[in-house]
Design a protein around this ligand. Structure first.
Ligand SMILES: [Zn+2]
Length: 472
């Protein structure tokens, strides 16, 4: 009899697909905003070419399980970050623009909230604003992603333990027309608020019940500072992950859940900035590495899931002009984002006005991108840019508007040529409906091995099942 019971029990365990050793106590959820197949393959090609070795891979290729997920929303073949974030956080499709609600505006419960309710520590972090769509989908429920003030307030109500990001988009309720102070609400909810890298003092953090960690550089409010624009003392995503692990591991014997978003990959994709995308993806990969280091110490208890909410820019390895040639060795000459390059152009024009010469523009391109020196240009390309400069001086040129930035015609044309030189192509300044990659390692990773594509809504559901959190 005992024997039969044992057999039934082991059969049940096999059927549920989960051996008890596989229950992930520590769950990492990495979301590269706008990080599609093209972005990931560009990074892989970069590592291969720069490090001159086919075995040099981004850290997320260390994962034994990988695949693709579909990203479409309830009302559109091409999702935005709100609907995609909701799918990844709450396991349900919704309409573009909506946060933490299904298409009928019924409130959903995120995987992070389920983890919290089960007694785990929860960390939510992003390299962009904490009330942006992706992080918001894990703690907020609003019919519009643009309700920034109300979203930020719901963050204070969440009781999540470690919240880190660039800033809030409307902390005083000015845009929403309901004046208030979200920081006072976080303090009232037991959060210790720290600002910037210099404000993160271990003694203060150790005493904190909950932490809200925001960047101190308010000149770049909607992000912590782009990685390619250099170290300005800004916070970094790897640092946030490391600090979050430290905080939660000490405090939560029942384990933790951490969502870390590489939010600026999307900004760079919208801007069609190839070196910017690569640099942000490297930064995201470095953040993943922090989790892999943790995994190595707790291999049977740690689950790491790495994916994206959607693809941005229609980025490809290879372009209509580049044939089969990709020139990743040109990338290290880039020292600024497209936004910063545009700013440098603006400063040059405002200082020199109509006296600006082509050689001043040429030395800016050489200095910031290696274009025209390390990266050879044809006389035709140079002539085209001279003509664009003249159009600006004659006040005949247009401005390129994208979601997070606008660029003058010269910057736009310089980056078109620059992308083509690298051999990286773009089809849009918006999102695409292409599937995105999925990488999984650690406890329960096999459950994501579907022998085919998954949907974005599957991810939190599988996590919940593995962690025995139930799902309705
Ligand atoms: Zn986007």
């Amino acid at each position: 009899m005992k024997n039969i019971r044992l057999k039934v029990l082991s059969l049940l365990l096999i059927l549920s697909g989960i051996a008890s050793a596989d229950v992930p106590k520590y769950v990492f959820y990495f979301i590269g905003d706008g990080m599609g197949i093209g972005q990931v393959q560009a990074l892989r090609t970069y590592y291969k070419n720069i490090q001159d070795s086919v075995s040099a891979l981004p850290h997320f290729y260390e994962t034994p399980v990988s695949g693709f997920i579909t990203t479409f929303s309830a009302n559109d073949d091409i999702t935005d970050s709100a609907a995609a974030g909701t799918a990844l956080a709450c396991g349900a499709k919704t309409r573009n623009g909506m946060i933490g609600m299904d298409a009928d505006t019924l409130t959903l419960t995120s995987i992070a909230k389920k983890m919290k309710a089960a007694g785990r520590g929860v960390a939510i972090m992003s390299s962009v604003c904490l009330d942006d769509a992706t992080p918001a989908a894990f703690y907020a429920t609003r019919p519009s992603r643009h309700h920034y003030y109300q979203i930020a307030r719901q963050g204070a109500e969440s009781g999540f333990d470690f919240m880190a990001g660039a800033y809030f988009r409307d902390p005083y309720g000015v845009r929403s027309g309901t004046p208030g102070n979200v920081f006072a609400e976080y303090e009232a909810a037991g959060y210790t608020i720290v600002r910037g890298r210099e404000g993160y003092e271990q003694a203060v953090i150790d005493k904190a019940q909950r932490v809200l960690w925001l960047d101190s550089d308010t000149t770049t409010e909607n992000r912590i500072g782009y990685a390619i624009d250099g170290d300005n003392g800004d916070m970094t995503l790897p640092q946030m992950v490391r600090s979050g692990i430290d905080f939660l591991y000490k405090k939560y014997p029942k384990g933790f859940f951490m969502m870390a978003e590489g939010g600026a990959i999307d900004h760079m994709g919208h801007g069609n900035d190839p070196s910017g995308v690569l640099r942000e993806t490297i930064e995201f990969d470095a953040a993943v590495r922090e989790a892999i280091e943790f995994y190595k110490k707790h291999p049977r208890e740690t689950l790491i899931v790495i994916t994206a909410d959607h693809e941005t820019g229609g980025m490809s390895v290879g372009t209509i002009d580049s044939r089969h040639k990709v020139n990743m060795h040109y990338l290290p000459y880039a020292t600024v984002s497209k936004g910063q390059f545009g700013e440098d152009v603006r400063v040059l024009l405002s200082h020199r006005g109509k006296d600006v010469t082509w050689s001043e523009v040429a030395s800016l391109m050489a200095d910031k991108l290696g274009l025209g020196t390390h990266i050879p240009m044809t006389a035709g390309e140079e002539g085209h840019l001279m003509m664009v400069l003249q159009e600006i001086l004659d006040e005949r040129s247009k401005v390129q508007e994208t979601l997070y930035a606008s660029y003058d015609e010269l910057t736009k044309e310089v980056y078109k040529i620059y992308s083509a030189k690298l051999g990286l192509g773009w089809t849009t300044v918006h999102h695409t409906g292409s599937p995105v990659p999925l990488f999984v390692m650690g406890a329960g990773a096999d459950s994501f091995d579907n022998k085919g594509w998954l949907d974005n809504t599957d991810i939190p559901r599988i996590m919940a099942r593995l962690c025995r959190l139930g799902w309705h």
